[in-house]
Design a protein around this ligand. Structure first.
Ligand SMILES: *Cc1c(COP(=O)(O)O)cnc(C)c1O
Length: 226
């Protein structure tokens, strides 16, 4: 078993290697779940600009150490009772998948006078245990969200199948890319399709080949979760 926390030096080396490896148009989101604030700070010191958090509580702990030295993306499943806190910290919510949660985010952002960039999470693998809208529901949801004054739809996010052969994820990334372009072609008012967030440590190379310009990496930066 590796020592925890991982050393600052190994995190720094991993980030440096990634910046050599990643095409310049691809934004690296450090998926920080289960990491200590010190580990997250190490990746920010190494040049990571965006932290992805799955849990509001964990985000608050890291935020109290790192603050606005990085941008904060919410990448977990957002619960209604966490929205009020979430909108104070986060610069983007990548996982909007229902009108109900969108309405709550809009309402809480209105109270802060803050416009929130959001991505729609697509359940591209149609996995029953996964969150996200079914692919055929995405266009309708984007159209509905385009009317919320405090939300800005900026793209799509997908997980795809968890592990195994990265090639197995390719069809799901391709489907999500096609959906992205379909929504882009609709030119909904106020919707600016800029970000396609897909690919994790095992699959990001395939995701980038299929058009991802935002990748969410945890293991590759910090080492295996223990
Ligand atoms: C954990 C997580 C990742 C990163 O997973 P790794 O395999 O550690 O790179 C990416 N996206 C989401 C939504 C996650 O929860």
């Amino acid at each position: 078993m590796a020592d925890r926390p991982y050393s600052t030096a190994s995190i720094e080396a991993n980030v440096k290697a990634l910046f050599v490896d990643l095409p310049p148009h691809v934004v690296l989101v450090a998926a920080a779940k289960s990491r200590t604030p010190e580990e997250v700070l190490a990746c920010v010191r190494a040049g990571v600009k965006v932290i992805g958090e799955n849990y509001v509580q964990e985000a608050l702990a890291a935020f109290s150490v790192i603050g606005r030295q990085a941008e904060w993306h919410f990448i977990g499943h957002l619960q209604r009772n966490k929205v009020k806190k979430a909108v104070e910290i986060f610069d983007m919510i990548e996982t909007i998948d229902s009108l109900t949660i969108a309405r709550e985010v809009d309402k809480r952002c209105a109270a802060l006078g803050k416009v929130m960039p959001v991505l729609i999470e697509v359940n591209s693998g149609r996995e029953p245990q996964k969150f996200g809208v079914m692919p055929e529901e995405a266009v309708v949801l984007v159209r509905e969200l385009s009317r919320f004054p405090y939300l800005r739809v900026q793209g799509l996010m997908t997980m795809g199948p968890e592990a195994g052969d990265p090639e197995a994820a390719r069809p799901y990334f391709r489907l999500t890319r096609a959906l992205f372009e379909e929504i882009q072609s609709r030119n909904f008012a106020g919707v600016e399709m800029k970000w396609l967030s897909m690919g994790m440590s095992h699959s990001y190379k395939v995701a980038i080949e299929e058009g991802a310009n935002m990748v969410r990496l945890g293991t590759k930066i910090f080492g295996p979760r223990l």
